[in-house]
Write a protein that binds this ligand. Structure first.
Ligand code: GYE
Length: 332
């Protein structure tokens, strides 16, 4: 197909998409009057990307819950780029959505665009991750996991495991999530604080794996080259990086879960299956199912009601200390 035709086709697709969007918005505004307040809410949601099973599960949940609550969702995927998130939020403002929700990829750099949202009178919900700002009142609330506590739970598991194995020295390598993101900072801090008073524990190195499977593999290759036999524990900030690291460990001749203790975070199905096989020792749960709280909060904001400033879901630890065959299907 020639470039011109491709361009035309692209334009038609855009027009069609716009038409469908306006139709669905229109349908939303004309449904039965008792549903009117719900169906007339337009929520702009800027997602980080599709980097993990967690993120894909989170997107699915947001879409399903929006549908369930009769909320018109304008969904944008930023493909791991902050500038795409900023552009999406600007589009939501131009479109005059009722509420904006977004998961900030990193903590810094949101002041300008959020001031624009505030000036336009559009309330903003933070989902999953936090921002760092000196300014007051840019966002209304945060709905997301307690990442510090996840790190603490990972550290406490390691102390129990070291006790059970009778270890007197424990060398740890840490593969961290995206630098300057809330889960990276807090999972690191919680873990470090939990093991701080245990003199057996020694972190050899922390390395940035950006929450990606490919980076998990790369980091693992580097860590094995650098520290080899000295590594007793891998603490990885998410399942994807863990799943990327495991084959590298096996290729280097070690048995993950036996020669090296593996600790992961998220609790997606694939990692839980590997936990059941004994190649991961502990997975701290982080639930992506935040959609219900997001929709209920958006409805309250539209109605001018007060909302909870901070909502943390409750989370579990799955490990080789329990009968792992009993862990139910995870759904992400
Ligand atoms: O752990 C990771 C994802 O922010 C909690 O982001 C989320 C993290 C999650 O890519 O898998």
């Amino acid at each position: 197909m020639g470039n011109h035709k491709k361009g035309l086709l692209k334009r038609y697709i855009c027009m069609a998409a716009g038409f469908v969007l306006s139709l669905s918005l229109f349908a939303g505004c004309t449904k039965g009057s008792n549903q009117e307040s719900e169906t007339s809410l337009i929520l702009g949601f800027s997602q980080i990307g599709s980097e993990s099973a967690w993120r894909i599960g989170n997107t699915k949940d947001i879409e399903e819950q929006a549908e369930k609550y009769g909320i018109n969702l304008m969904f944008e995927n930023a493909n791991q780029k902050q500038e795409n998130q900023i552009a999406a939020i600007r589009r939501f403002i131009a479109y005059k959505v009722d509420v904006i929700a977004f998961s900030p990829i990193v903590e810094d750099g949101w002041d300008n665009v959020l001031t624009e949202a505030k000036d336009a009178g559009i309330p903003v919900i933070l989902v999953d991750r936090d921002i760092s700002t000196e300014k007051e009142g840019l966002t209304t609330c945060l709905i997301g996991a307690d990442f510090y506590r996840e790190g603490v739970m990972a550290g406490e598991y390691l102390i129990r495991k070291a006790d059970a194995l009778g270890l007197d020295h424990v060398n740890i390598v840490e593969i961290t999530g995206t630098e300057n993101s809330t889960p990276m900072r807090q999972r690191q801090a919680g873990f470090a604080d939990a093991i701080a008073n245990d003199s057996r524990m020694n972190i050899l190195e922390s390395i940035d794996g950006d929450f990606l499977k490919s980076r998990g593999a790369e980091c693992m290759r580097y860590l094995l080259d650098e520290y080899g036999d000295d590594i007793d524990v891998i603490y990885s900030h998410n399942d994807e990086m863990t799943l990327g690291a495991l084959p590298e460990i096996e290729k280097a001749g070690y048995a993950p879960g036996k020669d090296i203790i593996i600790i992961s975070i998220d609790g997606g199905q694939e990692a839980i299956d590997v936990l059941k096989e004994g190649k991961i020792n502990c997975v701290v749960e982080c639930t992506p199912k935040l959609g219900k709280e997001v929709m209920e909060t958006a409805l309250k904001l539209k109605a001018g009601e007060a909302v909870e400033p901070l909502i943390h879901p409750s989370e579990l630890v799955f490990s080789d200390e329990m009968d792992t065959s009993k862990i139910p299907e995870r759904g992400y």
